[in-house]
Design a protein around this ligand. Structure first.
Ligand SMILES: C[S@@+](CC[C@H](N)C(=O)[O-])C[C@H]1O[C@@H](n2cnc3c(N)ncnc32)[C@H](O)[C@@H]1O
Length: 283
């Protein structure tokens, strides 16, 4: 069963320690959310996460910058979707440990009425859900502890249906997550279930690591992840493009994460950011 927590307004959040929600964090095995947190300079990680993060850094020394560039991409896309596309609803799957500004901080600063539902399957992210729910009074943020591999459970969760109106456009964000699902887990099929539930005018935004730019370095990082028991599947440009099937990629199309409508905050050269990124609109 997914756990859900809601916060209609900033000081009215249901604490994640509510009796129905008991996060159990296993610190013996590395986990993507905590490795990512360590790369971003956070404190919510354990020795196993730092060891794995360091092994991957050895293979790709600019991984920390890449993680930062992913965050900057989220901020740029969110600003674009709110300001240019008029989006007021977001569904962010694989949210990660809160890192300010979070998606709703960016969106609600521009349009306070924006509603955001966050989804992650890491108990440590659930433990931090309160930080993700500091909504403006006019808007709303909510958190669902659930798994992308079970999209029906996400779509039918009452926290989602109470927070988002699925008759109005929604921006679905799947940022640095799909590489954690192997092909045998049918990531495209899981995504498709979510995409089909959204109306015309909705958006899909994806970033995904690739071996296209530096096969050797990324191959070494994947080998380190595999040795630690983690699934990590880099995908080619055409494989990532297929996730958007049927939706229209908006300008500039599928590009390295730093090359998507760059602004003055970009610091990494496109060819050293080994992530494809794109934003598409449902016709
Ligand atoms: C690399 S982090 C990216 C975090 C965030 N999207 C960002 O770009 O800053 C991947 C996140 O996806 C979550 N995740 C991994 N597999 C998942 C799944 N099957 N369902 C839901 N969340 C998942 C992890 O717990 C982690 O928080």
């Amino acid at each position: 069963m997914p756990h859900s927590v809601r916060s209609p307004v900033s000081d009215n959040a249901v604490p994640s320690s509510s009796p129905e929600v008991v996060p159990v964090v296993d610190d013996k095995f590395p986990h993507s959310a905590r490795i990512y947190d360590w790369w971003l300079g956070g404190k919510d990680n354990f020795a196993a996460d730092r060891a794995m993060g360091a092994a991957m850094l050895e293979a790709i020394p600019n991984l920390r910058e890449m993680a930062m560039e992913n965050r900057r991409f989220v901020h740029r896309v969110t600003r674009h979707l709110v300001l240019q596309a008029g989006i007021r609803q977001f569904l962010d799957i694989g949210t990660g440990i809160p890192t300010r500004p979070n998606l709703h901080d960016v969106a609600q600063a521009l349009a306070p009425e924006t509603r955001v539902v966050y989804v992650d399957n890491d108990p440590l992210v659930l433990a931090h859900a309160r930080a993700l729910m500091m909504s403006t009074p006019q808007g709303r943020t909510a958190y669902i502890h659930a798994d992308l591999r079970r999209p029906e459970a996400i779509l039918t969760d009452t926290t989602l249906t109470d927070t988002l109106d699925l008759n109005q456009p929604v921006a679905l964000a799947v940022i640095a997550v799909l590489m954690l699902l192997g092909d045998d887990e049918d990531p495209a099929g899981k995504l498709r279930t979510l995409m089909q539930a959204l109306p015309s005018g909705s958006y899909l935004t994806i970033t995904h690591p690739t071996q296209d730019f530096d096969p050797e370095a990324v191959g070494a990082a994947v080998a380190a992840a595999t040795r630690g028991g983690m699934t990590l599947v880099p995908r080619s440009r055409s494989e990532v493009e297929r996730f958007f099937d049927g939706w229209e990629l908006i300008e500039p199309g599928l590009v390295p994460v730093t090359a998507w409508r760059p602004d003055s905050t970009n610091t990494t050269e496109p060819h050293t950011a080994y992530y494809w990124s794109g934003v598409a609109r449902k016709p």
